[in-house]
Design a protein around this ligand. Structure first.
Ligand code: F6P
Length: 541
């Protein structure tokens, strides 16, 4: 298959972009009274309103032509059927098998349900106080030690599902090799009632192994008996041998598989912290929500398909409007880590320039993902969204119902959310700005001179994702929606969304630099690195 830029649809979209240079959203709403309904789709408990975008029916039709020309439907089926679409690592991509309903993907159903059963028994044993520490006391705290996909997914979901916490155990997450992370966490805990989950697909990640070793020392300093490790350490990994070599009991290993990518792994036993925090029924509901979205993604027509629409809108802005970043703005305090999670999902998947079939791409691919929960972002970076020189499409995510119906907080939150997307679209012209200055008591000439400081260009696009309520099921669907959106874009661009070779060089260099620093030796490196090493070594003597 040729590169996307050589397709007929790409050329048509270029032409369409030029022809519709002054496309104005407010005019589009005036011209089409039912635009909000026409540009809305609902599935798996999530309603997407994409009417505040710089698109017409023709734009959507052309974007769907591009999707068809790139063979999107066939690629979706190939992923779901377990073809080895991760060609550079020669692997299947089957995170969807982890949440598949019985009957689908039968070759993996057995091992998946066996691990779910093992998780269920473990969670029950910890919750009922049958799993005891080395002094015979119940476990009160669980520390997940992992990084990247072995941290962000379970951490984000555990936080998002706080209203579902069963409070039997407290969850903690340690990821950074900076000792401050582990030290500050352990300060609050007692070895005899703390359980560690060492989560690492490869079990070779140095940050995780360093933290796990220090955690083991902390435990053994207190227990003074190696046998305590079996009561206080479990692991989630695809590398069973390495886990055993680390000294974790074979019975305490929750397996995962090569066909689950790290950043797509929260549905596997990597989700154990979620199950410990919220109970297995809620973990299964999360899987159900993702399965709802999988079903929609595989069966809905392309132009009524949430992940396809969101993915193609992203392509429209990145490749035809030169958008460099994309803001994700959840108006939900519980989704405090959602943007951070999507950062890894999107940027580690699509932050690439190698064309899967050879050579490099000459156009932009995955955007910089950033954002914070509303309304906090409004009092910080929204200034740039409204008046800055950057073009930043945004996703607003909000629920109709709050878990905490306190006074009018939720009404205020919701009002802020939809006011922001409206303000981005509406903008403010010079006459309005001038009138505002006059109303503030400025003279006519002052108002005329200052008006442009208040002018907001408007016509800035956004999606609104509406959830009935943030539940395990709707959250599962929301995460799967973004997973599939990222996949859609990778298909259009022709990149492999499932490898991450770009993170390797830094790791390789660190394997030379770290021993040199630890041993106080000089090695052959560039002048800057050498000087920094020298400074560090001088302080260690
Ligand atoms: O370095 C990147 C990465 O490989 C991520 O893709 C992955 O989620 C993370 O490291 C952790 O890997 P592991 O689970 O093997 O420790």
């Amino acid at each position: 298959m040729t590169k996307p830029t050589t397709t007929i649809a790409w050329a048509a979209l270029r032409g369409h972009r030029t022809a519709s240079g002054d496309m104005n959203m407010l005019n589009l709403f005036q011209q089409q009274p039912n635009r909000a309904a026409a540009f809305s789709v609902e599935a798996a408990g999530i309603a997407l309103d994409y009417s505040k975008n710089l698109v017409t029916d023709e734009t959507i039709a052309l974007l769907m032509d591009l999707a068809k020309e790139r063979g999107l439907s066939e690629r979706i089926q190939a992923m779901m059927a377990g073809e080895s679409i991760n060609t550079t690592e020669k692997r299947q991509v089957l995170h969807t098998a982890l949440r598949a309903r019985s009957g689908s993907l039968p070759e993996h159903m057995g091992e998946v349900s066996a691990v779910l059963k093992k998780m269920e028994e473990f969670v029950a044993a910890v919750h009922r106080g049958q799993w005891r520490g080395f002094t015979g006391q119940k476990i009160t705290d669980v520390v997940n030690i992992g990084i990247g996909g072995s941290d962000l997914g379970p951490m984000m979901v555990t936080q998002a599902l706080t209203p579902y916490h069963q409070r039997d155990v407290q969850l903690h997450f340690v990821s950074n090799v900076d000792a401050s992370d582990l030290t500050e966490t352990l300060k609050r805990l007692k070895p005899e009632t703390t359980l560690f989950i060492v989560a690492s697909k490869t079990f070779t990640t140095t940050e995780t192994l360093t933290n796990a070793r220090s955690a083991r020392h902390w435990l053994l300093d207190s227990a003074q008996d190696d046998a305590a490790v079996a009561r206080h350490f479990v692991a989630v990994s695809a590398n069973i041998e390495k886990v055993k070599n680390f000294g974790i009991d074979a019975d305490n290993i929750f397996p995962m598989w090569d066909w689950v990518g790290g950043r797509y792994s929260l549905w596997s036993a990597i989700g154990l912290p979620i199950a410990l925090a919220c109970g297995m029924a809620n973990f299964r509901a999360l899987l159900e929500g993702a399965a709802d979205m999988d079903e929609h993604f595989t069966s809905a027509p392309l132009d009524k398909n949430l992940p396809v629409l969101m993915g193609m809108l992203g392509v429209w802005y990145i490749n035809f409007w030169d958008a460099e970043s994309h803001a994700i703005l959840p108006y939900d305090h519980y989704l405090g880590a959602f943007t951070k999670y999507i950062q890894q999902l999107d940027m580690e998947s699509n932050g690439k320039s190698a064309y899967q079939q050879g050579g490099y791409l000459e156009h932009h691919t995955g955007p910089v993902i950033w954002g914070e929960p509303g309304t906090n972002g409004q009092h910080s970076f929204h200034q740039l969204l409204h008046q800055g020189t950057r073009f930043v499409p945004a996703d607003f995510i909000v629920s109709l119902t709050s878990h905490n119906p306190l006074g009018d907080h939720h009404t205020q939150l919701f009002a802020n959310c939809i006011s922001q997307s409206r303000a981005l679209m509406l903008g403010k012209n010079a006459a309005q700005a001038q009138a505002e200055f006059i109303a503030m008591g400025y003279s006519d000439s002052e108002a005329a001179a200052l008006a442009h400081h208040k002018v907001m260009p408007g016509n800035r696009p956004s999606n609104t994702l509406l959830l009935e309520k943030l539940t395990p099921r709707t959250l599962g669907a929301l995460i799967a929606l973004y997973e599939h959106k990222v996949f859609v874009q990778s298909v259009i661009w022709g990149i492999n969304a499932f490898d991450q070779w770009g993170v390797e060089l830094g790791k390789q260099l660190c394997t030379e630099i770290y021993p040199a620093l630890a041993g106080g030796q000089a090695i052959e490196v560039d002048g800057s690195t050498a000087a920094l090493m020298q400074k560090f070594n001088a302080k260690q003597q």
